[in-house]
Write a protein that binds this ligand. Structure first.
Ligand SMILES: Cc1ncc(COP(=O)(O)O)c(C=O)c1O
Length: 424
């Protein structure tokens, strides 16, 4: 990762962070590249890695990841359009939405895009549509919910007994039913599971992977040819938000999978992964200007422009999504002096709009800066926030012939731009 202090100084020198611009997101493209390299070398050659587009759907970021050799996992028609616009080839895209319309399914089959089936009603639609596209090269299979329980964060746990995702394996006679469904449909050639994201122990994720691999092995034993050719193990590697250290690492996760499901490290299966947060989070951060400071009770309060609108999870669920913040002076120097009990607040008009609460931080003054670390996934990049983000530009930081260069990858629009967008 490029040095954040250097990026901030450059942003100040380049007049990117000014009194007009309240906050920017920065994606470190060099960091992204080395994270992807690390991912690729941690697993064996039969692993094909896709990026969960929802984690950071900025076109330039997707283009960068495509150029590094990643595929794309998309969970909505909009994400599919972005992935195609970013240049991902159809055979490197997996469509995973739990709410696919008939038209979404038709698009996949027609354009040879692989997909994971969420439920029996979707299967019934595919039973019909497959007759229209008998020669499709889409690889299709079930998303299985192994129902093995929750991690620490219920909202990101997808393998609970009542999860909305996938085919609930433990209900009734579903395991037997699943095998029958595959036996009757030779065009079902993949199987998928995603146990959950942040907060899920690696052991739980590996347990889910073993369950679907055993099912695949069994289905294959009963078929003349190997029917299931691809196993999709989802994403979900947790990210350490409490320091710069990357832990757990891709290599640790790979070693655990290899220990418990060694067949995945042979050539028997093509294995897909769908990491989002572990690829992007630590390669992005937010810089925000301190608009005002004040004292209330024993608390020093810094009012910034990065709150619930771009650091949404932290503002609403601070216990589950704590982030680190660091104080910088208005000339871009990291502050170390005069530590005080501080709340770092956002600009939104509700009391919980805090990105850090009751922490010890060098005293912040008006026009200082705050860096919110590890926010490259599911924060400033969230496409569904766009209309409420008129003034947050996003910049790519990368070295060109040894010189750090910042390039705008999402323009900070004006309030007029937003009004126009919303009236269309
Ligand atoms: C099916 C699927 N794949 C991949 C991901 C990406 O998860 P993460 O960003 O934690 O790696 C998710 C996240 O919700 C998901 O639902």
């Amino acid at each position: 990762m490029n040095d954040k202090q250097a990026i901030l100084s450059q942003a100040i020198n380049d007049n990117i962070v000014t009194s007009e611009l309240d906050a920017i997101g920065v994606m470190d493209f060099d960091g992204l590249e080395s994270t992807v390299k690390n991912l690729q070398t941690s697993f064996s050659q039969n692993f094909h890695h896709t990026f969960a587009v929802k984690a950071n759907a900025l076109l330039s970021v997707l283009k960068k990841l495509e150029s590094c050799g990643m595929g794309a996992e998309v969970a909505s028609p909009g994400e599919l359009k972005l992935a195609l616009a970013a240049g991902f080839k159809v055979d490197k895209i997996i469509f995973d939405s739990p709410a696919k319309t008939i038209s979404d399914l038709r698009t996949c089959l027609k354009h040879d895009i692989s997909l994971n089936i969420d439920n029996m009603q979707e299967l019934a639609r595919l039973d019909q549509l497959i007759k229209e596209y008998p020669d499709t090269r889409s690889l299709i299979g079930f998303r299985v919910n192994p129902q093995i329980g929750s991690g620490q964060i219920s909202s990101t746990s997808t393998a609970t007994k009542t999860s909305k995702f996938g085919f609930p394996l433990g209900d009734d006679d579903n395991l037997q039913l699943l095998k029958t469904l595959y036996r009757e449909r030779p065009w079902l050639t993949t199987i998928h599971t995603h146990t959950g994201s942040q907060g899920c122990p690696l052991e739980l994720m590996v347990k889910g992977i073993k369950i679907i691999t055993d099912i695949a092995d069994e289905i294959n034993t009963c078929s003349d040819q190997q029917q299931i050719v691809r196993i999709d193990i989802g994403g979900g590697l947790p990210v350490n938000f409490s320091s710069d250290e990357v832990k757990p690492t891709f290599a640790e996760y790979a070693a655990l999978i290899k220990e418990h499901v060694p067949v995945l490290f042979t050539d028997k299966y093509q294995v897909k992964t769908e990491f989002g947060r572990a690829v992007a989070a630590k390669n992005g951060f937010i810089v925000t200007r301190v608009e005002y400071t004040k004292q209330a009770g024993d608390r020093h309060i810094a009012i910034t422009h990065a709150g619930a609108q771009i650091i949404t999870r932290t503002a609403f669920l601070p216990h589950y999504w704590p982030i680190r913040v660091t104080a910088y002076s208005s000339d871009g120097r990291q502050k170390t002096e005069d530590p005080v009990n501080t709340d770092v607040a956002g600009p939104c008009c509700f009391a919980a709009d805090l990105i850090a609460k009751d922490i010890t931080l060098p005293r912040l003054d008006q026009n200082d800066y705050v860096i919110a670390h590890d926010t490259g996934a599911y924060y400033f990049s969230n496409h569904f926030d766009y209309n409420s983000l008129p003034r947050v530009g996003v910049y790519a930081a990368e070295k060109n012939q040894g010189k750090l260069v910042l390039t705008c990858i999402r323009r900070a629009g004006s309030l007029e731009d937003v009004a126009r967008d919303m009236s269309q």
